[in-house]
Design a protein around this ligand. Sequence first.
Ligand code: SAH
Ligand code: TMP
Ligand code: ZN
Length: 407
Amino acid sequence: MYHCQICTHEIEPFISFGRMPIANGFLMPDQFSQEYFYNLIVGFCPECKMVQLLEFVDREKMFHEQYAFFSSTSSFMARHFGMFAEKVIQGFLAKVRDPFVVEIGSNDGILLENFSKRNIRHLGIEPSANVAEAAIRKGVKSICAFFDENIARQIVSESGHADAIIAANVMCHIPYLHSVAKGIKLLLKSGGIFIFEDPYLGDIVEKVAYDQIYDEHAFYFSLQSIHYLFSQYDLEVIHTELYNVHGGSMRYYISHKGSHAPSSSVMTQIDKENMLGLHQRKTYELFRKSVEKSKDQLKQLLLNLKNEKRRVVGYAATSKSTTVTNYCGITPDLLEYMSDTTPIKQGKYSPGAHIPVRPYEEFKANYPDYALLFGWNHAEEIMAKENEFCDNSGKWIVYVPKVKIIG
Ligand code: SAH
Ligand code: TMP
Ligand code: ZN
């Protein structure tokens, strides 16, 4: 029996992907025999409406000094975070004397560097030592720690309360959200603002983007579930915005209750969620059926291409690709290799499926017939720079929102 991490109500799973390895656990052949696996199962809480994993991986197994995801590999995201910072500064810090900004999950400093360059007092909380060091080298003040209420207390005693707390693609990574919410409550100045964004459940459901589901993503947020969590701490969602990053993300603006007037976006979004059925279990049953169909179609397509003796490679060894390769049974005989620009992944093998990860240069030097776009959330950025691949009769295989060939 499983219980909700947010409200303790009993929950039942609606989809199981079976045994899965760590999504970012790229490894060498001598590590294959000790590879760690867990059960990837997702459930919906009928009480607080939170969609969540039912089994969690220990955080130290995922976030450590060899963490494979460096945020700054995407120039598109760097621009996105530049605009995020600008909004925070113009909207919330312009009139504050000596403002203080804290970021949770600051990685290699992609967002905070926009504050450090302007000499705005800031602090990043980042548990993965290698990416935190990359941030420090850029001049971004960072501490290597997991954010929770104890760290929040420590920050208040050392640096005072925060005018803005920001977080991107990390809140959904943290199973102990009650401790995080208590930490926000403690750390946020009265009149301050907490702004965070994460992949949005509405987009995941609508686009059948099941590859957003993996060990690091403990939660799949909707406005309703976020409202439920923070209202327990007298914190209030005052505004929401949708962004076309990471396959569709929601940015939530949260303040101490009563300190900012809520905008109409909040009610509008709740209405949209009800129309989409995010508050109903049957929506997730339908989602499961669509996921199973997508899996069968992708596997069949790759088998057909193999029979036709076509060369197929994966483009971008994303964390999401681990769910796809393992769930769909994509083995090295169906996919020659995965190309990726991140040095720490190159020369290693993909988690579970053990497909070789090769430098991007190899892709450019000898184009395959087909590239399976695991980095579909970066499609705009990637396709813009791969005209030559298409000019060489290269074709893309995409699977979100539907399995199809482009080109
Ligand atoms: N904010 C960046 C990085 C997202 S990846 C971006 O949007 O690109 C998630 C990051 O959160 C990782 O760097 C991971 O080490 C970090 N993280 C995981 N758990 C955390 C926690 N409890 N507190 C702070 N950071 C955490
Ligand atoms: P993510 O989808 O988990 O954010 O991971 C992105 C991965 O994609 C990261 O390993 C870098 C890789 N990548 C490329 O190889 N080429 C690209 O052009 C982009 C944008 C990303
Ligand atoms: Zn619940």
